[in-house]
Design a protein around this ligand. Structure first.
Ligand code: ACO
Length: 367
């Protein structure tokens, strides 16, 4: 029997910070309203030369470093993202190329802010089935590119960033213990980004109508979120055979402090058992849970052996929760330095293009 252990973790956020005071110069809002209604103080915004893939690469390399694995050791890359770099190719493939994960299959997973939980579950199930030995699961976002900076009801909420976990197979019990995934497409219109897809291909009209921006019914999403967070956490715990008292930490999707407080009330747990950093990053969608997790581990809050539940909700509508026993890095026999492989990956990428060109001269001709 194989278990899927989380053995590496990393995060990356862009340097530029946008505070509530900065926002109050852009739209009619103020720091007090944003803090009181959302708990957010500031968020990080990607520079022009930063994308979902570049943030994902930084987080992934850090996670590989903690796990002491080379990019070439990875069998599968799943990138959960709500702001992919392109419709296709997948952001996961861009990351695969940039880190040089030559053996890995790679695909994107679209389940909005629940995406990281879905992706972690998919990777863990692939490991548990015995079909792969290791996976890199990434949540990477540049939602700032899809926010209407004139819409005060959405632009205050979102931020950019990425988080990544490495999962490895082991015969030792632990790691991912259970997961639940849910959806309700009847609420798809409550939170959507419609422009640029096949229904509304990008044209002057869709741009004029602002279909390339995030549209949200905040109140409805709020009610849905407060209803499902505690419920999904309980389901994941039941599936793992754990009680809420046996769990050291809940790592919720960081959307709004009031939603997290409602989940705490629903679970009858004190807020001290919840990891919260929404104040400094805002809602980074798929990246919010791994970023919160990385900070909690680095601060020494989450320790090896702790039982944790990650829980999230998002557009779709989707929601889900995953219970795990936190493993920590496996003992190091021989230290590897995954960052050193980046230059090799760049050269390899150029060489693969040349190779394809040469192959095309011989095999790609139409008679
Ligand atoms: N600054 C000042 N006033 C504002 C702002 C703002 N930024 N935004 C709205 N207001 C005003 C409204 O116009 C309204 O004024 P009115 O009473 O005169 O009409 C008043 O404040 C109250 O507005 P509400 O929308 O009722 O405010 P609410 O307390 O519901 O907070 C919020 C809005 C923060 C958006 C909340 O509904 C929320 O967090 N919803 C969940 C959103 C969410 O989590 N989305 C992400 C999902 S995850 C994913 O998949 C991406």
């Amino acid at each position: 029997m194989q278990y899927a252990h989380i053995t590496g973790w990393g995060m990356a956020v862009p340097e530029p910070v946008l505070t509530n005071d900065d926002l109050s110069k852009m739209v009619e809002t103020n720091d007090a309203w944003i803090r009181e209604r959302t708990g957010i103080r500031e968020r990080h915004i990607a520079r022009d030369n930063e994308f979902a893939s570049t943030l994902g690469v930084s987080a992934a390399l850090k996670a590989l470093e903690v796990a002491n694995l080379k990019p070439g050791d990875i069998d599968l890359i799943i990138c959960a993202t709500s702001s992919p770099e392109y419709i296709f190719p997948a952001t996961a493939c861009l990351i695969q190329d940039q880190i040089g994960a030559t053996r890995a299959g790679a695909f994107d997973l679209s389940a909005a802010c629940s995406g990281f939980i879905y992706a972690l579950n998919m990777a863990a199930q692939s490991i548990r089935s015995g079909s792969i030995k290791s996976a890199l699961v990434i949540g990477a976002e540049t939602l700032s590119r899809f926010v209407n900076w004139k819409d005060r009801s959405t632009c205050i909420l979102f931020g950019d960033g990425a988080g990544a976990f490495v999962l490895q197979a082991s015969e030792n019990p632990g790691g991912v213990l259970s997961a639940v995934m849910h959806s309700d497409g009847s609420g798809g219109d409550l939170l959507s980004l419609q422009g640029g897809g096949s229904h509304y291909p990008a044209n002057e009209e869709t741009v004029h109508e602002g279909k390339h921006y995030i549209h949200m019914n905040g109140g409805e999403v709020f009610r849905f979120a407060t209803r499902v967070m505690a419920q999904a956490t309980r389901e994941a715990l039941d599936a793992a055979g754990l009680t809420v008292e046996q769990v050291q930490w809940i790592i919720p999707h960081q959307a709004n402090i009031r939603i997290i407080e409602a989940a705490a009330r629903g679970l009858k747990l004190p807020m001290e058992r919840f990891v919260v950093n929404v104040d400094r990053y805002g809602n980074t969608s798929t990246a919010s849970i791994p970023i919160a997790m990385v900070e909690a581990v680095e601060k020494g809050q989450v320790k090896s052996g702790d039982k944790i539940v990650m829980v999230g909700f998002g557009a779709g509508l989707t929601w889900g929760a995953l219970a795990a026993e936190w493993t920590g890095p496996l003992p190091v026999v021989h230290r590897v330095y995954p960052r050193q492989y980046r230059t090799v990956a760049r050269l390899r990428s150029i060489w693969r293009r040349i190779e394809r060109f040469i192959e095309g001269l011989f095999w790609g001709r139409y008679e």
